[in-house]
Design a protein around this ligand. Structure first.
Ligand code: NDP
Length: 493
């Protein structure tokens, strides 16, 4: 048992300089655990361990690597109840969500990649009669993974699985407010027999530990999920070392409701997408564009449905929505709502802090809906990452295309219409990574996930994920004794 210590070189350790930090339950402000607060010295030790482990791990047969990954997944499934409770306590996602989603999706990432990794191949080309040319897929080395808090262990396994299966070793830094389930993964990895140093987990502030990982010369690639501003900072630092950065960043996602949609389905999906996990999903819709002919009906039904969301004790299976992850997230959401009202928006629902015995000590924000008249205001342009949405009335198809694309983000969007041809023509013109017709937020591991523009450029999930953790070494074999060059006749003469 680690007792929530860091996992470096197969050992559970405290920070070199002895510092600690607290993990607080955002639903009630109570202490969940005290954990090590690392700095550059701990990162050095973790990278040293990962470098030492790399040659042996890389040389291991892929079948043996994926066997260990499957054992890790099984261990997580065995401990699903404990992990769900821990996930809920540390970041506030209600137990109904962590039991239904996280404890399945996190090991699911490991199982999916364990299946596809054995099919990894390079290419062979008969370039000309004298040559055989091939590529070999090689691991990159040590991967620095930096993960957010909104799906703590699921995001961690989505990086760990492909990194490990392809023969890389890892230094992983989870988010400081929600590191505990990721720390558990270290504990299980040891129990199932991962060699020392293959997985290293370091906890501490992004500005110190995260940046030390990015800058460390022993780290070959950064795989980051988080806020676009932090992503830019990481790219800026990494560019000084020409170090590749895979980035899954923020979103400001559109939900477009056409006059000819099945309105009740659109309402249900819109309420779910906007408020599931308190809107703290990179793919949540937060900009609703509704066509004028259906506007009044959609808005009335949307508000009525949003009012049925239950908030409260996150350990109660009947609770649908928990708090935001920490006080600054709540304050930020409240600030954006106040600014939007100043900018002329009309508050249709929410806007006040819930004040029941189960919510008043936590970082709760009630489902909040604003009617918006200007798409350029910060409320419609900035990622707020909270259960707050804007609804805007549009008239034409072309106007809706422009509204969706009028964003520096490009993660995902959905369009609601029973005319699928129209839906296809609409999504053809969107600059986003994922688009749905009559669905929002649903994804499966088999399909790639990732954004465009300031939402990043990486592909997570699907067969494509293996490309993020390998490179094609190009090998040329000349079949003749003599080399072939453009000068060969001159040089021989
Ligand atoms: P942050 O960007 O604040 O934090 C993510 C991670 O980066 C944390 O581990 C954090 O550490 C670390 N970090 C912070 N500053 C630095 C730094 N200067 N250098 C290196 N690392 C740093 O994101 P959140 O945790 O708040 O997560 C929410 C964000 O993640 C949203 O923007 C959301 O859209 C995005 N996201 C995107 C997804 C996608 O697929 N596109 C999926 C899920 C989330 P610490 O916790 O110590 O600050």
């Amino acid at each position: 048992m680690s007792g929530f210590r860091m996992y470096i070189d197969g050992k559970f350790v405290d920070a070199v300089h002895g510092k600690t930090m607290d993990v607080i339950n955002p639903a009630n402000g109570k202490l969940v655990a005290t954990i090590p607060c690392a700095d550059e010295a701990d990162v050095d030790l973790a990278v040293e361990a990962a470098l030492k482990a790399f040659p042996g791990w890389r040389a291991t047969y892929v079948g043996d690597r994926v066997d260990l990954i499957m054992k890790l997944a099984a261990k997580m499934r065995e401990h699903a109840d404990e992990l769900a409770v821990l996930e809920t306590s540390q970041y506030g996602g209600p137990i109904s969500k962590t039991r239904a989603f996280d404890v399945n999706a996190a090991p699911g990432n490991l199982e999916y990649v364990a299946g596809i990794a054995r099919g990894l191949t390079g290419h062979t080309i008969s370039a000309n009669p004298h040559a055989r040319v091939m590529t070999i897929r090689e691991p990159l080395g040590v991967i620095g993974c930096i993960t957010p808090w909104n799906f703590p262990m699921t995001t961690a396994t989505s990086k760990l699985a492909p990194a490990l299966a392809t023969g890389n070793t890892v230094v992983l830094k989870p988010a400081s407010c929600a590191p505990l389930t990721v720390m558990k993964i270290g504990e299980y990895a040891r129990e199932v027999g991962f060699p020392d140093g293959v997985i290293n987990i370091v906890t501490g502030p992004g500005g110190t530990v995260g940046e030390a990982i990015v800058k460390h010369p022993g780290i070959d690639k950064i795989n980051f999920t988080g806020d676009s501003k932090v992503g830019k900072r990481i790219m800026e630092l990494a560019s000084q070392y020409v170090k590749p950065v895979a980035s899954e960043l923020g979103g400001k996602n559109a939900f477009v409701v056409m006059d000819d949609c099945a309105v009740d389905g659109a309402v249900e999906a819109g309420v779910y997408g906007a408020f599931f996990n308190s809107g703290q999903n990179c793919g949540s819709p937060s900009r609703f564009y509704v066509q004028e002919g259906i506007y009044d009906e959609f808005v009335e039904k949307f508000i009525a449905k949003a009012k049925t969301i239950t908030m409260g004790d996150t350990m109660d299976p009947a609770t649908m929505m928990g708090p935001l992850a920490y006080p600054a997230c709540r304050d930020n959401a409240e600030k954006f709502v106040a600014q939007a009202v100043e900018d002329g928006c009309k508050l249709l629902l929410g806007g006040e802090r819930p004040n029941t015995p189960d919510t008043r000590d936590g970082c709760f924000v009630a489902p909040t809906v604003l009617e918006v008249y200007d798409n350029r205001i910060p409320f419609m342009q900035e990622e707020i990452f909270a259960p707050v949405v804007g609804i805007y009335k549009f008239r034409t198809f072309d106007e809706a295309v422009e509204l969706v694309n009028d964003s520096r983000y490009g993660l995902c969007a959905s369009v609601w219409t029973m005319d699928y041809r129209k839906g296809m023509l609409f999504i053809d013109r969107l600059k986003v990574g994922t688009s749905w017709i009559n669905q929002h937020l649903e994804i499966v591991t088999e399909t790639p996930w990732g954004g465009r523009k300031e939402s990043g450029w990486t592909k997570e999930n699907s067969l494509l994920v293996l490309d993020e953790y390998t490179w094609h070494k190009h090998i040329w074999i000349n079949m003749d004794e003599e080399p072939h060059t453009f000068w060969e006749n001159y040089l021989k003469a």
